[in-house]
Design a protein around this ligand. Sequence first.
Ligand code: ADP
Length: 193
Amino acid sequence: MLNLILFGPPGSGKGTQALKLVEQYQLIHISTGDLFRYEMKNNTHLGTRAKEYMTKGELVPDEVTIGMLENRLDQSPDARGFIFDGFPRTIPQAEALDALLGDRNTSITGLVALEVPDSEIIERILMRSKTSGRPDDNNTEIVKNRILVYRAETKPVYSYYNAQEKSRTVDGLGTIEEVFDRLCSEIDAVVTN
Ligand code: ADP
């Protein structure tokens, strides 16, 4: 299987690139942000719980997120591989993911991180807020909090996979196609290794 983690700060283009990568490598896209928004839209118990955190730009508790992820994995038992977008976002989530994949006789192939400066991120998210309808996008304070949370809790996940020699970085500035080509080069290098 080819199991990729698409990594990077909020607004770095993970969602956009994930859709293109899914097509290129025939993978199943799992975005925990999208899964939470779906639950919220349907007013499920999980959605109501997640909303409390998402609207403040905080992380949903690990046990909630990991449980949801496991359910999603089990919905695609025949996948050729997965692209994880917005997950894992904490070290305990990374450890849980490794264990869940291990139970299924597979593992993470590689992590590719999109590198985008904070100033550009804030600009992109505020721009996206005009069409995304996401309440966590149109408030600068919440966006700043998401970036702080990313630095404190999520960034260490890069080092976690780097210790397994699986992390790679790509320049996230440029056109969608330029960034996509860079990602594909890194992924192809991981796959042939
Ligand atoms: P972005 O990458 O632009 O921040 P996402 O759609 O990935 O957007 O996430 C939106 C929000 O959903 C996060 O700020 C967080 O509250 C919640 N969320 C998504 N994924 C996770 C996760 N793996 N763990 C905890 N919370 C998450």
